[in-house]
Design a protein around this ligand. Sequence first.
Ligand SMILES: NC(=O)c1ccc[n+]([C@@H]2O[C@H](COP(=O)([O-])OP(=O)(O)OC[C@H]3O[C@@H](n4cnc5c(N)ncnc54)[C@H](OP(=O)(O)O)[C@@H]3O)[C@@H](O)[C@H]2O)c1
Length: 205
Amino acid sequence: MILGATGAVGSQVLDQARKDRRFETIVAPTRRSLAAPGKVHNPVIPFDLPLPQANWWAVDAVICCLGTTLRQAGSKPAFYRVDHDLVLACAEQARAAGARVFVLNSALGANPMSRNFYLRTKGEVESAVARMGFERVVLARPSLIDAKREDNRPAEKLGLMASRLLAPVIPKRYRPVSAEAIAATLLRELTGGCGVITLESEQII
Ligand SMILES: NC(=O)c1ccc[n+]([C@@H]2O[C@H](COP(=O)([O-])OP(=O)(O)OC[C@H]3O[C@@H](n4cnc5c(N)ncnc54)[C@H](OP(=O)(O)O)[C@@H]3O)[C@@H](O)[C@H]2O)c1
């Protein structure tokens, strides 16, 4: 299952997963319908809580790239409802339906004790997913995501421009990472040992 398949990272995961013979069926629930031929099943749902009960939650593994921005959400509670509550509600549905692996696209600096609201939210969702009983949980923490975007994100654009210029002198952890590289890492990390694995940005290649 891919959550957030219309987004910058999620759409890359979907593209790469389509070509990957390991996957028999890809379930990609979205709010807007996808061009979803072949092995992609695309339930279109409003993503209001509570989420609908459906057979398609029964998957082996989930890659979650779902999230919003404070600007898009409009307030901290609205942001929290998406990046925390909605992610956990999806994880619960999939876990209850038998999913064994959950791979979360989190963020650099995620920490439930952080004084920064965004990083605290990401840290809280990481901790909650880790306690849900999945056999394998992967928490990937990319730095700034380098991707073409339709929406206007001036602060991100400025950050990307500055970090591209300064890349040679920025420590690897803080360099931007491409959506393609993140997607490849998330897909690769679906398999491996049991437990909770944290991947820092410099490990996303
Ligand atoms: N931007 C960065 O530099 C950065 C850095 C580190 C980590 N991250 C995190 O990485 C994750 C993926 O980032 P991204 O850049 O790929 O995000 P993105 O391009 O903004 O895509 C977000 C995805 O989440 C979905 N979504 C948002 N609100 C939703 C809602 N209320 N209900 C259902 N679906 C919803 C979007 O669906 P729609 O198309 O329907 O809106 C889209 O598929 C996010 O959690 C983000 O916080 C971002």
